[in-house]
Design a protein around this ligand. Structure first.
Ligand SMILES: [Zn+2]
Length: 167
């Protein structure tokens, strides 16, 4: 039972001194009862309609489905995890690792990330005052190669259309 669509002619279900109309009536009505799942879902959907956020829109859809008792019976397939890459790989850099984790790249504040030579060089090229140090098990010359390669790269090489090599 819902008086969601009750008009001003419909008697209020609770005694009120004066008849209320419009926004005032809606405000009182909303205080008198808990909103239904559907009303919550509709409000959320209205607020999120212009959202660019896929998770937010998914949540709005989920609320609507739940309000209608139409939740999916199977869980959505697990999202394929991104291929494991070394810690030096920038999240926006889609390139795969170029070998084992071999070096540590340190920034000017001694914050460090271990990485393969490929991602370490890209990270080093993107840092102000960065340094590279070989890890104990690093292949011979790893740090030198990373250092030399980074000198040929633009900062944030993965953003450059030509692959980030300096001309
Ligand atoms: Zn890597």
């Amino acid at each position: 039972m819902t008086d969601l669509f009750a008009g001003p002619d419909t008697p209020a279900s609770h005694p009120i001194d004066e008849p209320l109309y419009g926004a005032a009536a809606l405000a009182v009505r909303d205080q008198l009862r808990e909103p239904t799942d559907l009303e919550v879902a509709i409000r959320v959907a209205q607020q999120l309609l212009d959202s660019d956020s896929v998770p937010a829109l998914q949540e709005a859809l989920r609320l609507l489905l739940r309000a209608h008792g139409a939740e999916p019976t199977t869980r959505p397939a697990a999202v394929e995890p991104p291929a494991l890459r070394c810690p030096a790989a920038h999240p926006e850099d889609p390139s795969p690792c170029g070998g084992p984790v071999a070096v540590t790249v340190l920034d000017a504040h001694n914050g460090g990330a271990n990485g393969c030579e490929h991602h370490a060089a890209r990270l080093l090229a993107s840092l102000e005052g960065g340094r590279v140090a070989p890890l104990p098990h690093a292949p011979e010359g790893s740090a030198i190669r990373v250092f030399k390669t980074s000198g040929t790269l633009r900062p944030f090489a993965w953003l450059a259309p030509e692959g980030g090599e300096r001309r």
